[in-house]
Design a protein around this ligand. Structure first.
Ligand code: FAD
Length: 398
């Protein structure tokens, strides 16, 4: 069976829902279908706080049906194949959808299986991750149970969603240990595939000071390859030129894992992907490089910025403007400058709000130096942003 819709949106997550809502807010008569297989919609940025015991996990999930914009049709299915030459996508059910315009926003894929023993141990043996709704509260259990030994935090060698999230939980945990008076009994360590603490020097400076003060040990160019849950050991392999192939086993009391991530397989293997697997779009207009009636935004797109919901908030209006221009045969004039934001929670009641663009230049919202730990910015993350997400961003009002 093949059904036609004027606009098809792939993915009913942060990007897909906000862009569909913005389109309909501007023109109610558009025929938009959103393809989304999940019954649930998640507010993922709060999972860092769930893992630290300061956000109710149940408040991070709502029924997908409740966020589908009025006037859009929800197709509860998954896209599995792109046929861009004939303007069609194939669904898991075998049905096909025919479109005039396609918006691709299926998010990033979490590759848990790439680390031996990770899937089997997640949620037990001190192995936790805020990257999965099911286990975010187990992180809090692990932090509370850790009284001595090593608390390990990992950051993979791949792109991730929210580049700051692997560190946020490390700062929250070390602040908690200090508050319990047991900081000197616990060695906190970050094992990262990255090469530096943070990509923007202005924010890196303040984070490095916190790391030094809390005596957190950083090991760079490291890839987590195996977890032995029963013996509470993790194996890393060196991926830098100096440590290439060197294997290290590390004991842990708890380990917070940020899994390796990539573009979703069905995108990676499709004609719309670039060499790295992401949806190949122009970094300013968000239009596909080869197929002009395809656009992409959010975590699955090739946009070379840090993948966050904050970035989506700036991408969505650009995509909407350019799609309307295309429909009217006008030039695509709206441009996305790579804006992204990372609210780096550095402790209970403390946050450094990093905001920057494609050139790693700070693009700060507030009239004060944001490269400073602030209580006000923590309040923004804890209370204001979740409210804005459900009430303003998803309904396409900002
Ligand atoms: C622990 C954590 C902390 C974070 N912290 C922050 C933060 O502080 N600030 C911030 O701005 N961002 C943060 N983020 C990142 C933010 O959540 C993402 O960048 C944002 O959700 C991206 O939106 P998206 O629509 O591209 O992807 P998602 O919101 O993940 O949505 C993708 C959707 O596509 C659907 N989908 C998948 N496959 C298919 C398919 N085959 N067919 C159809 N649909 C499909 C999925 O079910 C999903 O609903 C955090 C994320 C995590 C995990």
């Amino acid at each position: 069976m093949s059904t036609h819709h004027q606009i098809i949106v792939i993915g009913g997550g942060n990007a897909g829902i906000s862009v569909a809502a913005q389109l309909l807010n501007k023109n109610k008569s558009l025929d938009i279908a959103i393809v989304e297989p999940s019954d649930n919609h998640y507010y993922q940025p709060a999972w860092s706080l769930v893992g630290a015991g300061i956000f109710n996990k149940a408040k991070t999930v709502r029924n997908e049906s409740s966020v589908i914009p009025e006037g859009a049709k929800w197709i509860k299915d998954a896209v599995c194949t792109f046929l861009p030459e004939i303007n069609k996508v194939k669904l898991g059910s075998g049905n096909q959808l025919h479109y005039d315009y396609l918006i691709v926003a299926p998010g990033i894929q979490l590759n848990w299986g790439e680390v031996k023993g990770l899937k089997e141990n997640l949620g037990k043996n001190g192995v936790c991750s805020n990257y999965d709704f099911r286990y975010a509260d187990y992180t809090w259990e692990c932090i509370q149970k850790t009284k001595s030994g090593r608390a390990i935090f990992t950051n993979p060698h791949t792109p991730v969603k929210c580049g700051g999230a692997p560190q946020k939980i490390m700062y929250l945990a070390t602040d908690y240990f200090a508050k319990q008076g047991i900081a000197d009994k616990i060695q906190a360590e970050m094992w990262t595939g990255g090469t530096r603490v943070f990509g923007v020097p202005k924010y890196e400076e303040v984070l490095k000071k916190i790391i030094e003060k809390r005596k957190i040990k950083f090991s760079f160019f490291q890839k987590l390859v195996e977890i032995d849950g029963e013996n509470k050991k993790a194996k890393f392999i060196g991926i830098g030129t100096a440590n290439e192939g060197v294997e290290t086993w590390v004991d842990f009391e708890m380990i917070h894992v940020t899994p390796p991530q990539s573009a979703p397989d069905f995108v990676k293997t499709s004609p719309i992907a670039n060499g790295a697997g992401w949806v190949d779009v122009d970094k300013y207009t968000l239009q596909h490089i080869k197929y002009p009636n395809i656009f992409s935004l959010g975590d699955a797109s090739s946009l070379p910025t840090s993948r966050t919901g904050a970035a989506v908030r700036k991408q969505a209006p650009v995509l909407v403007k350019n799609l309307f221009s295309l429909m009217q045969g006008k030039p695509l004039e709206a441009k996305y400058d790579g804006y992204t934001s990372c609210p780096v929670v550095t402790g209970y009641g403390k946050l450094v709000l990093a905001e920057f663009d494609y050139n790693n230049q700070p693009t700060e919202t507030f009239p004060f130096n944001q490269a400073k730990e602030r209580w006000s910015m923590f309040m923004l993350k804890r209370y204001i942003l979740p409210w804005l997400y459900w009430n303003r961003i998803l309904p396409g009002k900002m």
